[in-house]
Structures are given as structure tokens and as C-alpha cells.
Design a protein around this ligand. Structure first.
Ligand code: PMM
Length: 265
């Protein structure tokens, strides 16, 4: 899943793709680089960021969603607003990606239930401005899996079958760097729950645990590509990345390594 943030302030690509034509061009480039789908966002969720009004978010994303859907691209809409989700699906989006797992907007699950779109439910313990205050876990992989199971049940109660649900552990959301690594280490527990799993590590701050302070974009993309391979090996369905080419190459290397047993004596 390739990322295009049509925002002025996202963590990594903020300001680059606010202009719809630039966002569309970037998305098509990601598809050429091997992305199977494109996630479009119009509201930054970086730690400490404030919410934007839904009409501002919608104005940013709708022309991009419509243009890409028209070209046959599988589009995911990254939003916590039911009204934005519904409008984006009407314009051709196939996945609603809600990092709050349907908790930020009480109308979200019902709005998606009325469509045929899939929904990605992220693990979330509150708005970005205050999320680190809630970063307490006894066993992060177990606790996140339990909380996402509750969101899966809430979706089912609203009329969204589990086959339409994708679960995301919310790397960087309400978790310290150590907790993010603990979550990735235990990702198989979430995979075992059943629904497809999506993981987003791309260029995130916790990678500095291994990269050190102020790593270049190139080094963050290389580290992300490694997480993509390890996620795939753990049974994860998709990874959300800024650099589709690096992840595509890394996944191909992982596949070749696995296929190598055909040549072993
Ligand atoms: N992370 C961000 C935004 N949207 N969606 C999903 N499903 N999973 C994520 O981990 C996730 C997301 C924040 O990162 P960005 O500012 O680089 O887009």
C-alpha cells in the first residue's frame, strides 16, 4: 500500500502533495513502483497534531480519489470522519482506513456498513495530541490484539462482516518506541486472530532506535523495507509504505530466499 498524504503537515511527506495533480502523479508513480493500492490521507495524524475540519479534509482528498479510481487504481481513504469515508467511497475508494478503529467518529462503522468497501481498523487509544499519555500495556501484542478484537466485534455488530475487515496494530499510535518493537515482535498473535493484517512502520520515529538520530530518508526507507519482509514472513497481508520500490525489491529478495530450497542439494 503506497502512501500519499495530501496534507501540509504529515510526518514524512507533509506539504509535498497538497496540490491534487502532484498527489495524483505521485500515486501513479507508486503504482508503477509496484504498489497494489494507494492510501490517500487529508488529515495528519502525527503525534501532537490537531484535527482539521472534515470539509477541509474532503476538499484535499476527493479530487485525488476520484481521478485514481477512474484510472483503475485501488484506493484506500485514510480518514477518521464518517462523512469523508462515505464521500470517498462514493467517488470510488475501495477501502476506508480509519486509524482510530471506528472510535473517533461514532458514525463511522454504520457509514461503512452501508457500502461494499472494506475497512482497516487501527489500534488507537485517543487523539494524536494526547496519545502518549495512554501508552501503558502489560503485554503490548496481547493487549493490542484484545482491543482490536473488540473493534472487530463492534464492526460485526454494525453490519460489517469480518471478511471486510483489516486490522492494523497502529505502530506509533499510543506506543513508545520499545512498545512498537514489542508489537512487531508479537505480530503473529494479531495475525492469528483471522482477519487480514496491515502494518505501517514507514519512516516512523521508532526506527531511530536502530538508525540513531536524524537518519536520512534513504536509510529510513531501507529500514522500512526490512520490516516489510519480516512482516510478510509473519503472515501480514499488506504494509503501508512511502517507498514502494524499496519494499517491492525487499519482498522479492525474501521470496527468492524462500524459493531457494528448490535448488538445495
Ligand atoms: N500511520 C499513519 C497514518 N495512517 N494508517 C494505517 N492503517 N496504519 C498506520 O500505521 C498509519 C496510517 C501515520 O504515518 P504517516 O504520517 O507517515 O502517513
Amino acid at each position: 500500500m503506497g502512501i500519499v498524504n495530501a496534507t501540509p503537515d504529515s510526518f514524512s511527506d507533509g506539504g509535498r502533495y497538497l496540490d491534487p495533480q502532484r498527489a495524483i502523479d505521485r500515486a501513479l508513480e507508486l503504482v508503477r513502483d509496484g504498489a497494489a493500492m494507494i492510501d490517500i490521507g487529508g488529515e495528519s495524524t502525527r503525534p501532537g497534531s490537531d484535527r482539521v475540519p472534515p470539509h477541509v479534509e474532503l476538499d484535499r482528498v476527493l479530487p485525488v480519489v476520484a481521478a485514481l479510481a477512474e484510472r483503475g487504481v485501488t484506493v484506500s481513504i485514510d480518514t477518521m470522519n464518517a462523512s469523508t469515508a462515505a464521500a470517498a467511497v462514493a467517488a470510488g475508494a475501495r477501502i476506508v482506513n480509519d486509524v482510530s478503529g471506528g472510535l473517533a467518529d461514532p458514525d463511522m462503522l454504520e457509514a461503512v456498513a452501508e457500502t461494499t468497501a472494506d475497512i482497516a481498523l487501527g489500534h488507537w487509544r485517543g487523539p494524536s495530541a494526547e496519545m502518549y499519555a495512554r501508552a501503558e500495556y502489560r503485554d503490548v501484542a496481547r493487549d493490542v490484539t484484545t482491543e482490536l478484537d473488540e473493534r472487530l466485534r463492534a464492526a460485526a455488530a454494525a453490519g460489517i462482516a469480518p471478511s471486510r475487515v483489516i486490522l492494523d496494530p497502529g505502530i506509533g499510535f499510543g506506543k513508545t518506541a520499545a512498545q512498537n518493537w514489542g508489537m512487531l515482535h508479537g505480530i503473529a498473535r494479531l495475525v492469528a486472530l483471522g482477519p487480514r493484517v496491515l502494518v505501517g512502520t514507514s519512516r516512523k520515529r521508532f526506527l531511530q532506535t536502530v538508525l540513531g538520530d536524524e537518519p536520512s530518508e534513504w536509510r529510513r526507507d531501507a529500514a522500512t523495507a526490512v520490516t516489510s519482509v519480516l512482516a510478510a514472513q509473519a503472515g501480514v497481508w499488506a504494509v503501508r509504505v512511502h517507498d514502494a520500490a524499496a519494499t517491492r525489491d525487499a519482498l522479492a529478495v525474501g521470496e527468492a530466499w524462500k524459493a531457494g530450497d528448490a535448488w538445495a542439494g
